[in-house]
Design a protein around this ligand. Structure first.
Ligand code: DQA
Length: 139
């Protein structure tokens, strides 16, 4: 089973950025833990601060991977382009957020991706990614 994690803008700063909201672990460190948690899954990780690169990655793997875990970060709340990419592919996609965006500012309550996602997991810290991957295997 092949699962791609895609992280959007500023998530390269996890562990440094707003630690009270996002925690003090880098995603690279957490990704090593995920690979240990799911030894039988081929896990891939991609991060970009650039909207078009995220769209390219969704298109590239969106027809033959088994699952996508997408944290589009701030683009969640703004990007018609990423939403259109998500609605164009065949691979099921789970939208993930580290924080509970509904408990935060109003502009974070909107998700352009949510209508096209299989499901949404938010508010569990980095464990949100673990829960999303689990959802693909524990059917
Ligand atoms: C986030 C929530 C977004 O509102 C924010 O712009 C992020 C991270 C999260 O994982 O909680 O960068 O997607």
């Amino acid at each position: 089973m092949k699962i791609q994690i895609i992280n959007g803008p500023n998530l390269n700063l996890l562990g440094l950025r707003e630690k009270d909201v996002y925690g003090d672990i880098s995603f690279e460190t957490y990704f090593d833990k995920l690979k240990t948690d799911f030894p039988k899954i081929d896990l891939y990780y991609f991060q970009s601060n650039i909207e078009g690169e995220i769209i390219n990655k969704i298109q590239e793997i969106g027809f033959d991977f088994d699952g996508i875990v997408l944290n589009a970060a701030a683009y969640t709340h703004t990007s018609v382009g990423i939403a259109d990419a998500v609605r164009s592919i065949k691979t099921p996609l789970i939208e993930v957020h580290i924080s509970n965006t509904i408990s935060r500012e109003d502009y974070r309550h909107i998700s352009y991706i949510a209508p096209h996602a299989k499901g949404i997991i938010m508010g569990f810290g980095l464990k949100s990614y673990n829960l999303a991957i689990s959802s693909f295997i524990n059917k």
